[in-house]
Design a binder for this molecule. Sequence first.
Ligand code: PAF
Length: 271
Amino acid sequence: MQNILQDARKKGESIGLVPTMGALHKGHASLVRRSVEENNVTVVSIFLNPTQFNDKSDLEKYPRTLDADCRLLEECGAQLAFAPSVEEIYPEPDKRQFSYPPTDTVMEGAFRPGHFNGVCQIVSKLFDYVKPDRAYFGEKDYQQIAVIRRMVDDLGFDLEIVPCPVVREESGLAMSSRNTLLTEEERKLAANIYRVIKDSRSLNASVVDTHDYVVRTLDAIPGLKVQYYSIVDGDTLADVESWDDAESIVGCITVFCGQIPIRLIDHIRYK
Ligand code: PAF
């Protein structure tokens, strides 16, 4: 892969990277298509990164669909799928520590200790291997983009982070590889997450009351359990107390859905 990319770079061609963990869906396809449009060469990495899973059972049940993934990438016009083994990426345990508080300590950072450290470990390695001009990330993982931006500034990577809008099912449910683990019935339940956070925008209530409305309404639906709902500054991810506290304000949610249960995340922009 590095030889091919070196040749491309010598010819003055631009390189786009779309990091993924596989089990690709329309959301990923939209990132790949955007990279294909904006770059001469698009590399899609498919690597189920063990260091970002603090819960090993979550890693075990994560869907693996490499052949179908490669077919989708061909349809989208990507030139390279980079699907290394765990041993190739981590011949030795990665001992590096990344720390970008509060961005990586709140919300997902608080409930999944070590998660963002693992994300920074793999993404920094991918940036080193691929040396992309642009890297594409889905805004569904809103906090992840904020953490990666901090890492890019910290380590001085010379590349552009391109955030791409959430792709939703017709029901409003944010597309996610984890959705394949839901039954039809659970998918319908999960669609309430976006409906409720979207409705909360028209309440004209205080931050606290808006927060409480979302948690109360979703928790009242059997089969759903909110893990957290945080209304935060859209840049720093620090909590806000009033709508005037920041220029951009986002609500980030994690909900457990169904029997197993499956952990789903989403977010909504208030301003
Ligand atoms: O968003 C993901 O799928 C993963 O966190 C990423 C960025 C591919 C790193 O493993």
